[in-house]
Design a protein around this ligand. Structure first.
Ligand code: ADP
Ligand code: ZN
Ligand code: ZN
Length: 736
């Protein structure tokens, strides 16, 4: 006879605890309830909970405990290893477990409403299509449609998310459907066992000696944890290393997880994976809708997905047969979530590899200082790819001193000359400016009034094409004033440059060439980024203007001049990580130049050409720069030599967060330094006053012990209900 049991359940509420419920015997079945989604009463609501553990002994207050309402037996059980990982992550980041689990679940599974069973749609060549006509069509002029149909032919079937990520539009797809060349078929989830022959090993490149060493090191450790840092300049063949390292794992019927930065998944990358492996590849990124995300999740869980490629939160994909994790561009800031559950995707990935005893590869041309330090102290295997594959050469960086020369729209004379000459040779130019909009401020030429967002006390950015002033900190908007509100003058002018203005100016100056701008504003529309990138590849544009969006993973083989304007801010930032990020950005942008056999040039305009950081970076390269900086960090016990946690608090009045944090700082803790409370660098944002408190320790256990003590005391903090606060473990951005 079965008996009721008691379970510990994670519930989506901001409390750092589990809740105990009773499972009536009527709801007990053969199937284990661990990891299952269940519906439970909570307050006056019904919510989805996840079963974390089963109580061995009935609790003392068992009569008072509520019963669960129902179990949801829909093949969406979280595997126990994933549950364990999420629990570890919640503890490490001191974040409420219920919220951690919620974030790891696809949106559709967070709802109490029953799930409609999902089928994936695949597009394939119509069996009874008129092949004669198809051949004729392929010789026709609808270039993109022809490309698309060839891709579908090559891969037998493609899903819409894949097609979209490869840079095609829905209308191109619909056109092919209307012509009766292709058809969508519904394919319910089924377990798919791939064969070794599905791996296209004939197309693989023969590896350079450096590459071969890496692949064999990874291959030798497929059944144990090992972390491999692949430190290789852009174009040195890291992706090829990933592909060949994956082969053995896939041949072994295991799954591979590939993490890429936000917007770092380019059509080129996906295409390379698709071409090499004729296997089910599933995508997970912010461009997918809820249903598509669930589809990936479900296929991952059932073991049908051989490869999952995705951004940060893909690290929580349920992959029962996971055999290898790859984190591409591991230094990228987008791996760190910057609100609520502030985890680092790369760090969770390492934790997961350890837990599962599998290898993990971190790749970058500019490794984070954390990873580099771990590599230098042999915690990771350190592999360097020093040469670019083929005969392409790494571009040299040169500085142009702009301290004493007039700039026109932010451009110096020598730089303009270089742009002109490059264009005349028929090559492309990339101009990098990390500031979108038309101008970062407008002011009154008579009385020097500046239009400021009163909610943030920061200048509004002028977006002239939209006719708006927009605050980049809180997104509030305002019409452009015709008159100065202080003195009534109509001489209101933009100050400084943004990408919009730069594009306008370059288009004026080099009228016979076409410009294209890539930033968050110009690529907001779905598919727009892929479209613009394709146009660049097709050489429809000669002048590329962009923000750091351009620095991520794209290949521009015909760009031979990269110019970077205005990077000086980072040289004098109070944030000790600013120089690391500046160096990474600079080297990454520089890496876009001269990918093919044409040599590239990289020009950096600066007011401080003698600055030691810049000099070191330019003369000795990123590796040297990084090691020098590590020496400095070590002397100051800064990460990765010390461990930090940042408490943030904000409220409508500055005294609240200040007092809240001051009280936290008074907790009796041992072996930890406390700095603050102090106003955040962005002291006011969206009308809220913000304060920081930084905790620093020489070891992780010490740090976590102190945090636990503080969190315990926090419950009695008299300002608790007056502030919004959060905790950030291993913060990477102290400026806000
Ligand atoms: P990364 O990922 O480091 O930027 P990729 O793997 O994309 O580098 O390689 C850059 C270019 O070099 C690609 O066009 C790739 O096909 C080519 N390549 C990589 N490895 C080899 C190799 N062993 N032999 C020849 N070409 C290679
Ligand atoms: Zn004025
Ligand atoms: Zn604002």
């Amino acid at each position: 006879m079965s008996q009721e049991i008691f379970i510990q359940v994670a519930i989506p509420v901001p409390m750092r605890q589990l809740f105990t419920y009773q499972v009536p015997s009527a709801l007990l079945t053969q199937k284990s309830i661990l990891g299952e989604r269940i519906i439970v009463p909570f307050g006056h609501r019904q919510v989805i909970g996840i079963v974390i553990s089963i109580e061995k002994n009935p609790p003392i207050n068992k009569e008072k405990l509520k019963s669960i309402i129902s179990r949801i037996d829909s093949n969406t059980h979280l595997p126990s290893s994933l549950l364990k990982l999420l629990t570890l992550a919640a503890n490490y980041y001191h974040h409420p477990i219920g919220d951690v689990l919620q974030q790891a679940l696809p949106v559709l599974l967070r709802k109490v409403e029953p799930l409609k069973t999902s089928v994936s749609l695949y597009w394939q060549i119509k069996e009874d299509c008129n092949f004669k006509q198809l051949e004729k069509f392929k010789n026709g002029r609808a270039k993109k449609q022809v490309q698309l149909i060839q891709l579908i032919e090559n891969h037998h079937k493609l899903t819409w998310p894949e097609i979209r990520t490869l840079g095609f539009t829905k209308s191109q797809l619909k056109n092919l459907e209307e012509k009766q060349f292709i058809v969508a078929i519904e394919k319910p989830i089924e377990i798919y066992h791939w064969k070794e022959s599905d791996l296209n090993t004939t197309d693989k490149l023969s590896l350079s000696a450096e590459q071969a060493v890496v692949v064999s090191a990874i291959n030798q450790s497929t059944d144990q944890y090992s972390c491999h840092l692949v430190d290789g300049v852009t174009g040195s063949g890291k992706t090829e290393v990933y592909l060949q390292a994956m082969e053995k794992v896939l041949a072994n019927q295991q799954q591979v997880l590939v993490l890429v930065p936000e917007i770092g998944l380019t059509p080129q990358t996906l295409n390379r994976f698709e071409q090499r492996f004729n296997l089910p590849i599933f995508l997970h990124h912010s461009g997918l809708n809820d249903k598509e995300r669930f589809d990936t999740w479900q296929n991952a869980l059932q073991g049908c997905a051989a490869i999952v490629i995705g951004t940060r939160s893909a690290v929580f994909s349920p992959l029962p047969e996971l055999g290898l994790i790859i984190v591409d561009e591991e230094h990228d800031g987008s791996f760190k979530q910057q609100d609520s559950f502030r985890y680092h995707g790369r760090d969770i990935a390492i934790l997961r590899a350890k837990q599962l005893n599998i290898p993990i590869i971190l790749g970058s041309a500019t490794p984070s200082f954390e990873s580099l330090q771990n590599a230098l102290t042999n915690k990771y295997h350190y592999h360097q790819l020093t040469k670019r594959a083929g005969n392409s050469v790494q571009a040299k960086i040169a500085l142009i001193d702009v301290a004493n020369q007039p700039l026109e729209f932010g451009l110096s004379k020598p730089l303009k000359q270089l742009i002109k000459r490059t264009l005349e040779k028929g090559e492309q130019v990339l101009v990098f400016l990390n500031r979108r909009g038309f101008a970062p401020a407008i002011n009154c030429n008579e009385c020097h009034w500046i239009a400021e967002c009163h909610r943030c006390n920061k200048p509004y950015t002028l977006h002239r094409s939209q006719g708006l002033l927009i605050c980049h900190h809180c997104t509030s908007q305002k019409r452009i004033p015709q008159q100065c509100p202080d003195c009534g003058s109509i001489r209101i002018k933009p100050v400084g440059q943004g990408t919009e203005q730069l594009e306008e100016h370059l288009a004026d100056e080099f009228g016979s060439y076409s410009t294209v701008r890539i930033d968050r504003d110009s690529t907001r529309k779905k598919g727009e980024l892929a479209k613009r990138l394709q146009e660049i590849t097709d050489k429809e544009h000669q002048i590329l203007i962009g923000t750091q969006m351009l620095a991520k993973g794209h290949h521009f083989p015909d760009v031979t001049l990269v110019a970077m304007l205005d990077i000086d801010g980072a040289l004098f930032s109070f944030d000790y990580r600013a120089s690391e990020h500046m160096a990474q950005l600079l080297v990454q942008v520089a890496g876009r130049a001269g990918r093919a056999s044409k040599p590239g040039k990289v020009i950096v305009q600066t007011q401080y050409p003698q600055h030691p950081l810049l000099q070191d970076l330019v003369n000795n390269g990123y590796g040297h720069f990084a090691q020098q900086s590590l020496v400095e960090r070590k002397m100051a016990y800064l990460p990765p030599f010390g461990y930090q946690a940042l408490f943030r608090a904000e409220a409508n009045y500055p005294s609240y967060p200040e007092k809240f944090l001051r009280q936290l700082a008074q907790t009796q803790i041992s072996a930890c330094d406390i700095a603050g409370p102090m106003p955040a660098a962005m002291e006011k944002k969206g009308g809220k006053y913000r304060y920081h408190l930084i905790l620093q320790a020489k070891s992780r256990p010490e740090l976590h012990k102190a945090i636990i003590q503080i969190l315990h005391e926090c419950q009695n903090n008299e300002w608790l209900n007056k502030v919004r606060w959060s905790i950030d473990i291993d913060p990477i951005d102290l400026s806000w």
